[in-house]
Design a protein. Structure first.
Length: 250
């Protein structure tokens, strides 16, 4: 089983008022790790200390979001956080046509070379627009061929593109390039709220079982929810650990 982490963007509203209490509640649920998306005024070394004192690890980070113009900052912050997995990602404009995809692949390849030299693994986090088709092929597949050394934090819900694609086949195909997988669930209807993992239309067991040895963490993320977010976070944890799909601390 893979260890389970939580993308803290999920609890961004709660974190605005009491981020430390958010971390305490996440630890109490049993998550083995967290993936920050903003430190809410806490210094990186202090954030690392708090997380580790709560019995968790920083699995990976979206803070900072790696960009071509902030690589020195990214390297420095990851050093202070003590992690080696960072995310980057792009808007629909960077994947709108073949020329845009080629340009994005060139930029990402150069970023990856710089970060790799510093001991950092960059992962590209997708949204649904990379999994639209262009001339009969998924834009993601075209990009992956143009940037063959780049790794991914595949968001398995968005990869399905609301039911148009089979995320299980995609996870299996790119398993060797996915040190991280974002696990989320929902109705597979665009612009509809997400649901706790295990209560939507995703075949979560098949998605998780398609992961390979290269995948180090399963990261739960809920961009939004029709219910209380903490309940969603806890239900997702209980489903994954209770069904033997992920390893937690409880």
């Amino acid at each position: 089983m893979k260890p389970i982490s939580l993308q803290l963007y999920t609890l961004r509203e709660e974190a605005k008022t009491d981020f430390i209490n958010v971390l305490k509640r996440v630890a109490a649920i049993g998550y083995k790790g967290v993936e920050p998306a903003g430190l809410h005024g806490i210094e990186p070394k202090e954030f690392k200390r708090i997380v580790e004192n709560l019995g968790m690890a920083i699995s990976s980070t979206h803070s900072p979001w790696a960009r071509a113009d902030n690589l020195p900052e990214t390297i420095d912050m990851l050093g202070e956080l003590g992690v080696t997995l960072v995310a980057a990602g792009y808007s629909g404009n960077e994947f709108k046509d073949i020329d845009a995809i080629k340009a994005t692949a060139e930029i990402v390849t150069k970023m990856d070379q710089t970060l790799s030299a510093a001991g950092i693994t960059m992962t590209i986090h997708n949204h649904w627009w990379e999994f639209e088709k262009l001339d009969g092929r998924l834009k993601f597949e075209i990009f992956a061929e143009l940037a063959p050394n780049v790794r991914f934090e595949m968001d398995t819900y968005w990869a399905s593109n609301f039911g148009a694609n089979d995320p299980v086949k995609l996870v299996r195909k790119y398993a060797d390039r996915c040190p991280l997988l974002h696990i989320k669930d929902g109705p597979l209807v665009k612009d509809q709220p997400l649901l706790a993992v295990g209560s939507g239309k995703m075949d979560i067991p098949a998605v998780v079982n398609a992961a390979g040895k290269a995948t180090k963490w399963l990261v739960v993320e809920q961009d939004n929810s029709a219910t209380n977010m903490f309940k969603c976070v806890e239900s997702s944890y209980k489903y994954l650990t209770g069904n033997g799909l992920a390893e937690g601390n409880r």
